[in-house]
Design a binder for this molecule. Sequence first.
Ligand code: ADP
Length: 565
Amino acid sequence: MLAAAGVLLALVPFWYIWRILREVIEVAPNYENAVHVTHYGWMAVAFAFAAVLTYIAGLMCSHLAAFRIATNLRLAMTKHIATLPLGEIEQFGSGKLRRTISETTGATETYLAHQLPDKARAVATIAGLLTLLLAFDWRLGLLSLVPVALAFAVMTSMTGKGMQEKMTQYQNALADMSGEAVEYVRGIPVVKTFGQTVFSFKKFKGAIDNYERWVIAYTRQMRWPMTFYTLAVNSVFVFLIAGGFLFSRGGADGGVLLNLLFYIIVTPVISLTLTKLMFMSENGMIVQDAITRIDRVLQSPSLSQPRTPRHPKDSSVMLDQVTFSYDGTKNAVENISLSIGAGETVAFVGPSGGGKSTLAALIARFFDPQSGSISVGGVNVKNIEKNELMNTVSFVFQNSHLVKGTILDNVRMGKPDAADEEVLAALHAAQCTDIIEKFPDGVHTVIGSQGIYLSGGEAQRLAIARAMLKNAPVLILDEATAFADPDNETKVQAAFNELAKGRTVIMIAHRLSTIVNADRIFVLNEGHLSESGSFAELSGKKDSLFGTMWQDYQQSVRWKVEKEV
Ligand code: ADP
């Protein structure tokens, strides 16, 4: 409202300037009779000043509101994200979430702080101008509106429905290009190592070509409408002068000519306002996109929390007819029932995509299954309080996330109140001594800074130390598929064994060598539990899936050994 009031105030000086001109013309050539001119001049200045002050006050309000709303949106999103199932957060991707929280709220901020007041100004300008133009001389008023109507028609054709689609295409082309650019930068080492040329990045080049094609076609398409628009918006004087001649009967009617002066002063504001309005619709699309992204986060359902939480009795795990699908079409796991006794070590094995990771994620309640139930310690995981479940089940992933911080901080995340000695003991138990000794700053080395990076195996050992400190009775281990060096592999294995002591362990095994000592093995294939039993039981059966897998595995080991010999 302040912005609109400001713009109406800003129109008043035009009227005073016109009055000055009128007085000067009326008294000519006896200019000493123009006694009101100074007063009019000062009034024009006063109104211009008042207009600026009102506008500033409006902007101040809009900025305060915009900052407050952006802050609240960020808080709401951060709070909501904390209630989402962990699996859901992974699905979003941390990069995307970060962008949504920081950048898209920025878009709403710009919109509310600047574009909304601008919009109010544009609407008020148009209303104020229309009144003025028609009140002074309705004939000239209508005439000066002809080019506006023309420009408006052209503008609508440019910003209509088809345009919204075009904008989406444009945003997509832009997103593709930036995505491919990231891939390209990541791939530079490969290009250099294998002596390839930039042209091996066909997708990147394709994305750029695509963008180029789009932009050129779009520009071509806009050439004529834009030309007409500019022409129409700026043609107002042609109409006015012709009309002035006509209505004043070739200059005989001085009053009309005087009014014409007013129109000549004020009409340039029209083209300015129209052009502003045209760019505004583009901003509207950007903020719409931002709001959709924010809503997508805010509307994803939270993990339900039990009203009367119960405590797990022991560290046993039971699955009863569990079915889960990521997308509602294909079941990632189907109808799976199994029970794992407290203190048992079991392994999930099977072909890739069989459902091992999904099942493990369900036990830690990263997702809730669509049907069936999962219990830990005899209590359905839905009835265990979130923090208690997190303290009961811990997991070590293949790609262990380490935060930018010291080694000590990273491990202490498993138990925030742990003393330094406790953290150090966990590090030693997890075979991390060599990692600490490698760096001059020891446990105070900041990971991720100044070229300090850890190998996959090293990162996993730190994650094991973290899990050890957390000391949860149920442990889910996602065994790494590949190690760069055998030394690392041995150490990770030893760390795993240390961690497994006295706990219920569920191991997602990618290599069969590590599961020989498991109490039980569950074979998952295409989302179904196809076999289960001890290693001795399963490997004996020749026609079973596990039997085949075991034979293949042994063959590959033999092949490797013979090759090396
Ligand atoms: P495994 O761990 O045995 O390789 P997964 O549990 O990862 O198997 O996959 C089981 C099925 O679920 C596969 O068909 C896979 O494509 C699908 N899947 C796994 N993760 C996701 C995900 N985040 N979104 C959608 N589908 C997924």
